[in-house]
Ligand binder design. Structure first.
Ligand code: G3D
Ligand code: MG
Length: 192
């Protein structure tokens, strides 16, 4: 059973589909992470609506994943923001060794958090401080400071250091997301 199948079966969401958005700057490691999480039977669909922007999608029986690069090209923004509405959980990936673009990642995160389709929803956000194996990488605590994560008060969030190539840290992250999604589901049922 792949990590994601386990997640969906534990959530008891056999019928209802959960949409997860996996976002971050290009080259942060999204595709590598998703490929590690993806069960072998998942159907992948690469969509390339415009040259220079691509969206990866795949589905398991009860989870659907949409992955895209937030590469700062304003003209593609509408294309990716279109997916915010359906997202019920977010995985935001950061290249911990790319200090130069950390500020760009922070700006993208702020724009995401202020988007009308995200702003007022208690949507869980899992951050992967990825590429921890690289000598230049800063710690996940430092990444969290650089991205001002402490200022996120109205959404559950969690940061995990990861090495997507070896697959390290991914399980911890998925476990956390699973717990949050369960809580969110129970609150939803209870009408909170
Ligand atoms: P993206 O989908 O976010 O654009 P990718 O990023 O998953 O394509 O990864 C970009 C590059 O970073 C890839 O290298 C990939 O192998 C590498 N990478 C991803 N995660 C890690 C990690 O945790 N550690 C290290 N050292 N490298 C990582 P290439 O060389 O194929 O461009
Ligand atoms: Mg990619």
């Amino acid at each position: 059973m792949g990590l994601l199948d386990k997640l969906s079966s534990l959530l008891g969401l056999k019928k209802k589909e959960v949409h997860v958005l996996c976002l971050g700057l290009d080259n942060s490691g999204k595709t590598t992470i998703i490929n590690k999480l993806k069960p072998s039977h998942a159907q992948t669909q690469d969509i390339v609506p415009t040259i220079g922007f691509s969206i990866e999608k795949f589905k398991t029986s009860s989870l659907s994943f949409t992955v895209f690069d937030m590469s700062g090209q304003g003209r593609y923004r509408n294309l990716w923001e279109h997916y915010y509405k359906e997202g019920q959980a977010i995985i935001f990936v950061i290249d911990s060794s790319d200090k130069l673009r950390m500020v760009v990642a922070r700006e993208e995160l702020e724009t995401l958090l202020n988007h009308p389709d995200i702003k007022h929803r208690r949507i869980p956000i899992l951050f992967f401080a990825n590429k921890m194996d690289l000598r230049d990488a800063v710690t996940s605590v430092k990444v969290s400071q650089l991205l001002c994560l402490e200022s996120i008060k109205d959404k559950p969030w969690h940061i995990c250091a990861s090495d997507a190539i070896k697959g390290e840290g991914l399980q911890e992250g998925v476990d956390w997301l699973q717990g949050e999604a369960c809580i969110g589901r129970i609150c939803h049922i209870l009408g909170h």
